[in-house]
Write a protein that binds this ligand. Structure first.
Ligand code: NGQ
Ligand code: ZN
Length: 445
């Protein structure tokens, strides 16, 4: 692991913005931070530094079908018809294509300023539904893509056993996802082994959704690892089905029946009553918001004002990866609220608070919590020669990055002191792109 000595005209540190900052990184950690210190000849100097943002929810393979579900079908296009398209795409993925797509997605994440990904991974079995010779083959491929790109990995192996509430049998199209509790425990063990070489990877647990696990299975899976991530209350049909099954709404059911606390991340949590919203906020769990995907799939809008008022924690995820952009996730998160409430600066709690600053700090803290890591040495530099950013400082820089820059604002990205992006391009972009091209030609061809 490298040691590196960086110097920034301005940097966002845990306690706020500072000037003339030297950050030394050694053995993958921040070894020292000096402020108000002149640049010296050993420094690699840049204009502005912010922490890398965690991407708390991704299905990397779905990057390969980005834009391929945007043509109108015969009737009632919806989340559920999109899912049929996604299932057909899944049929065609072999381990090599899966890894090539994941590497592309992870490189794009790094280029946009995401430095760690929560990979919610459920494509476990071969196309016939049989386990691979190594049952953790696909987890190994994700670890390889993370290793090649350098992105931080929180691997969330998914437990998936049913097609609907109350233990309905899985559908044929779901055959590549399926586990029982014994094979899942073995998968977790093998996943821990697979990510070990990455150094700072985390393995959590991911019961897919209340549709895909029984109450008993959920209770067991939640004891096996942390963090614990679950999809919940993304679609109205899911809310209705949950009420028909249990008499309760999904978030209510989960809060009543599972030990939801700061180890948990509830992905989407779109459809909540004010009572559910307050209770989720008070649980200390992170709401995993995926604004671009939620817009793309027609999910709905998260009840942010209520949630924030009760001190709720949140982070952002790129989920379907239909478009990978850290700043745009934050932008759309705020814009959804503005459009719904016909208001401005919804995420800024107080007069004088910058919305970009509030969004960024909350998504950083919530994302790190949800991905099971503390402070990191993952840094991003912003390009102050970008027209949207020039002349900006402190939180106005975050506002400019999030609301005013189209692309190209991210200059360099360091992961544990290793520079993985320079001038906005991943160091292995050409190789990764070449393999991605070949993989897609095969998958789509
Ligand atoms: C997923 N995606 O696991 O990829 C899901 C679709 C499902 C979202 N929920 C499958 N956005 O929920 O059944
Ligand atoms: Zn998801």
């Amino acid at each position: 692991m490298r040691s590196v000595q960086l110097w920034f005209e301005q940097a966002l540190l845990p306690h706020g913005w500072a000037r003339d900052v030297r950050i030394k990184i050694a053995k993958g950690r921040i070894a020292s931070v000096e402020t108000n210190t002149p640049r010296d000849t050993r420094d690699e100097a840049h204009a502005a530094c912010i922490p890398g943002l965690p991407n708390l929810h991704s299905h990397a393979f779905q990057r390969g079908m980005a834009g391929l579900a945007e043509t109108r079908g015969p009737t009632g296009d919806s989340f559920w018809t999109w899912r049929e398209t996604m299932y057909r795409f899944v049929e065609r993925l072999d381990p090599d294509a899966f890894e090539a797509i994941a590497a592309m997605a992870f490189a794009e994440m790094l280029e946009s300023g995401f430095t760690r990904v929560g990979e919610f991974h459920y494509l476990h079995r071969d196309p016939s539904g049989a386990p691979y010779a190594d049952p953790a083959e696909m987890a190994v491929r994700i670890a390889a893509a993370a290793d090649e790109t350098g992105i931080g990995l929180t691997l969330l192996p998914v437990f998936y056993a049913h097609s609907g509430f109350g233990g309905e049998a899985p559908k044929p199209a779901q055959r590549r996802f399926i586990h029982d509790l014994d094979s899942y425990a073995a998968l977790l063990e093998a996943s821990r082994h697979a990510v070990k070489p990455l150094g700072d990877a985390v393995v959590g647990a991911a019961p897919h959704s209340l549709r895909a696990v029984t109450a008993q299975e959920l209770a067991h899976v939640a004891t096996l690892a942390a963090p614990i991530h679950i999809h919940v209350a993304e679609q109205i049909k899911e809310v209705d089905d949950c009420i028909a099954w249990s008499g309760k709404r999904p978030v209510q059911w989960l809060l009543d029946n599972a030990p939801v606390d700061a180890r948990w991340c509830l992905v989407h949590a779109t459809h909540m009553t004010p009572e559910e919203t307050a209770a989720l906020a008070k649980s200390g769990a992170v709401a995993g918001l995926c604004p671009i995907t939620e817009a793309n799939l027609g999910d709905g809008i998260f009840p942010a004002p209520d949630f924030l008022e009760h001190g709720g924690r949140f982070g952002v995820g790129s989920d379907s990866n239909v478009l990978i952009d850290a700043a745009e996730e934050l932008r759309l998160l705020e814009y959804g609220q503005r459009l719904q409430h016909r208001a401005r600066n919804v995420f800024a709690a107080r007069e004088g608070t910058s919305t970009g600053g509030a969004l960024f700090r909350a998504a950083l803290a919530g994302g790190l919590q949800a991905l099971g890591v503390g402070e990191t040495a993952d840094l991003v530099s912003l390009d102050l020669d970008h027209p949207a950013l020039t002349g900006r400082k402190d939180d106005a820089l975050l506002d400019a990055w999030i609301f005013a820059a189209r692309a190209g604002a991210v200059d360099c990205v360091w992961r544990q002191g290793r520079k993985v992006v320079r001038h906005g391009r991943h160091r292995a972009r050409d190789e990764i792109m070449e393999r991605y091209k070949l993989a897609l030609a095969k998958v789509l061809g």
